[in-house]
Design a protein around this ligand. Structure first.
Ligand SMILES: Nc1ncnc2c1ncn2[C@@H]1O[C@H](COP(=O)(O)OP(=O)(O)OP(=O)(O)O)[C@@H](O)[C@H]1O
Ligand SMILES: [Mg+2]
Length: 698
């Protein structure tokens, strides 16, 4: 019942009481002199105006008792007999005991000791206006008129009607006659605001009587005053919980919610702080985009949010939050989720899901890249799923390797930097490293000035690249004769205490010259891709020498001949077989080291001479760190081993690296120099269809 209703009720009751009074006494003297009228009047006032809506407190009882004892002063001296003293005693007891309890109590009643609970509960029964003032009123009319008189009967009837009829309901009905709108508003009243959290979130205690279906994600309207300004706001119920056996809700307000309703008010004449449920259907995608609100312990680079949404999310989902005074849109990518239980008072609990997301930054659509943002969102800021952006144009050297999962935010690699500053592709078997690498190589080759040499001991590439007519870097015949010479050199050196002779020097010169010729021919030819293979030989130290010489010559050509005008990408497929970490390789350091040195030279200085590496490996542990650390761009598919995770955390950071074992098929993490956005991103590789290779029948 609102104040207006209660006032109407009071006025009507007092008028009726006065009319009856005039009728039974014949004049209006009773208004000032008669005890029965005063107690009846107080009964009406206290019941319908002041205490009824919130009657519960000891202070109410105290006020009732004091008022009651004062009203007793009106009783005529001659009437001050047993009943009078009894009533006086009761009122004094009530006043004193409730005052003492007010001083003693500092906890909610259920947690107080038994005696206080008992006294307080008994006092509440006696101290209710309908108890104490009804007794006074009935006693008053009996004293005044005696039983079975016209006055007694009329006023008894009045009291009966007043007590028995549900007058608030009648008043409500009357009220609605005058103001239909008000009823609608009151019917929708949910509860009252009791607290505000960081300006945009309101704690609301629900009324016992409220619209039946009050659910999470309902929209509400209320009037709230900030400073001395009152403003009507729209909000969304985002949480509901039971606290001290009372139902509470949390209401979020945002400017986005206001715009859903075009700023129009649904209700009129709001009672301040009362929250009304909006019943009309709302046509908006807001709830599909709404994910939750930012919670405590968020930092600039990682935010934490309470997940509270109809929309399903998962790791790598992209989120938007408006940050700072200018409400800049900052994007975050989910990296973790944790469940949590939060204790409420009185053994109640609420369960939460806390999500974690790393900052990618703001999206610069002109540069098509993320740029770090230097501040944290406000607590309780709403978190949304990201919306689509306009398609991004690519320059000639750029390639779209994929996009952030479920979005069209592009992940763009600069092909030139990817080649010259070396790129590593890591992931357990079957994750799609090779298919991704070949796709990238095909992109590299769109530039006529780029040549690719694949060191592929798996034999997989030559078939897969058939449509490009790959050549063999060293043709079969030449490679056979070179091996023969390398064998001869080793044998002759072995006989000469491992020192070079004139003949071995001459043979070495011939090997180098032949390799130079082969490489020169490839770089100057039409063909842009070639495969470096090893002949089937048992001699492993011969293989190492052969490969080592090849890299030496390649570097020599880069340095001295400018690759004959080309940019060269050297692909190391299954890199651990070519450049193993020393403690993993089967061969002794003495033989392995010179080979490693020859590639290290390319890794360290290649970028100056337009030659770069693409290193493909299943794990980082068994690949030479000398080579790996030179890779300025990393693409990691699913990885389980701790050594790789530890190593990759240098590139991705501790938050993102946790996702490595959780990555789904065709998902990878990208970071490094060649990517436009210089921040680790979880992205999705598109489905790659390699050109059909029709096997030729021999
Ligand atoms: N992006 C993709 N599009 C289409 N198919 C894919 C994709 N990624 C992986 N695949 C499928 O997964 C299979 C394995 O891929 P791939 O051979 O590239 O794995 P890998 O990481 O190189 O494994 P290994 O380490 O064993 O060589 C491929 O045959 C291919 O069919
Ligand atoms: Mg492979």
């Amino acid at each position: 019942m609102n104040k207006r209703t209660r006032l109407i009720l009071l006025a009507l009751s007092v008028i009726v009481l006065t009319v009856i009074g005039k009728w039974v006494t014949g004049d209006f003297n009773f208004l000032l002199n008669d005890f029965w009228f005063t107690s009846g009047f107080l009964l009406l006032i206290l019941l319908s105006l002041v205490t009824q809506p919130h009657f519960s407190k000891d202070s109410n009882i105290f006020v009732n008792a004091v008022t009651a004892s004062i009203s007793l002063l009106l009783v005529d001296q001659s009437e001050r007999k047993f009943t009078f003293w009894l009533f006086l005693l009761i009122t004094i007891y009530l006043a004193v005991s409730s005052y003492v309890i007010m001083l003693l109590r500092n906890k909610p009643l259920p947690s107080e000791n038994k005696t206080i609970q008992l006294i307080s509960r008994v006092n509440r029964q006696i101290g209710r206006p309908e108890a104490i003032f009804s007794a006074f009123f009935l006693w008053g009319i009996l004293m005044q008129f005696g039983s079975n008189t016209k006055g007694f009967n009329a006023l008894l009837l009045y009291w009966l009607i007043f007590m028995l009829l549900n007058l608030p309901a009648i008043a409500n009905a009357l009220n609605s006659l005058f103001e239909p709108k008000e009823t609608i508003k009151e019917e929708n009243a949910l509860g009252k605001i009791f607290g505000v959290q960081s300006k945009n979130t309101f704690l609301v205690k629900l009324f016992d009587e409220r619209p039946e279906s009050t659910n999470i994600f309902d929209f509400v309207e209320f009037k709230y005053s900030i400073g001395n300004k009152e403003k009507v706001r729209k909000g969304l119920i985002v949480d509901s919980y039971l606290l001290n056996e009372e139902q509470w809700i949390k209401v979020l307000t945002t400017s986005e919610i206001e715009t859903i309703f075009d700023g129009a008010n649904i209700f009129q004449n709001h009672t301040v702080d009362i929250v009304y449920k909006i019943n009309q259907d709302v046509n908006t995608t807001y709830l599909d985009r709404f994910i939750g609100i930012v919670t405590e312990q968020s930092k600039i680079d990682v935010i934490r949010f309470i997940y509270n949404s109809r929309t399903t999310i998962s790791h790598s989902s992209l989120l938007e939050v408006y940050v700072g005074n200018k409400k800049t849109k900052v994007l975050y990518q989910i990296v973790d989720g944790t469940t949590k239980i939060e204790p409420l008072e009185n053994k109640n609990q609420t369960g939460l899901i806390i999500g974690e997301a790393v900052q990618l930054g703001t999206w610069n659509s002109e540069k098509s890249q993320f740029e770090k943002f230097g501040w944290v969102p406000q607590i309780n800021s709403p978190v949304y799923i990201s919306s689509h952006i306009e398609n991004t144009p690519l320059s000639a050297t750029e390639f779209l390797v994929g996009s952030i999962p479920e979005t069209n935010y592009p992940v763009i690699i600069d092909k030139t930097t990817a080649i010259t500053h070396h790129t590593a592709i890591i992931g357990v078997t079957g994750t799609g490293k090779s298919i991704f690498a070949r796709n990238l190589i095909r992109e590299y080759l769109k530039d006529p000035d780029t040549n690719v040499i694949c060191i592929d001991f798996t034999g997989e590439y030559i078939g897969k690249f058939k449509e490009l007519n790959p050549t063999k870097t060293i043709s079969d015949g030449v490679s056979k004769s070179l091996f023969k010479k390398i064998d001869d050199i080793e044998i002759e050196k072995g006989e000469n205490y491992n020192k070079d002779t004139d003949n071995t020097r001459k043979l070495k010169g011939e090997v180098s010259k032949a390799m130079f010729k082969e490489l020169k021919a490839f770089l100057e030819s039409e063909s842009s891709i070639s495969i470096f293979e090893l002949p089937d030989v048992a001699n492993s130290s011969g293989v190492l020498s052969y490969t080592k010489t090849f890299f030496r010559i390649l570097f020599h050509i880069a340095k001295n001949n400018g690759n004959f005008g080309k940019r060269v990408c050297l692909v190391l497929e299954e890199a651990h077989t070519i450049v193993p970490e020393w403690n993993f390789s089967g061969v002794s350091d003495k033989v392995g080291q010179p080979l490693l040195n020859s590639i290290a030279q390319i890794a360290l200085q290649g970028r100056k001479y337009n030659v770069g590496l693409m290193v493909i490996a299943q794990r980082t542990a068994n690949v030479s760190k000398t080579i790996l650390t030179q890779c300025n761009t990393i693409i990691a598919f699913q990885v389980f081993d701790k050594t790789s995770s530890d190593y990759l955390s240098n590139y991705f950071g501790n938050e993102v690296v946790k996702l490595l074992p959780l990555l789904k098929f065709r998902q990878a993490i990208a970071a490094g120099k060649a990517f436009k956005s210089n921040i680790p991103l979880i992205f999705e590789v598109p489905f790659i269809e390699e050109p059909d290779v029709i096997e030729e029948e021999e």
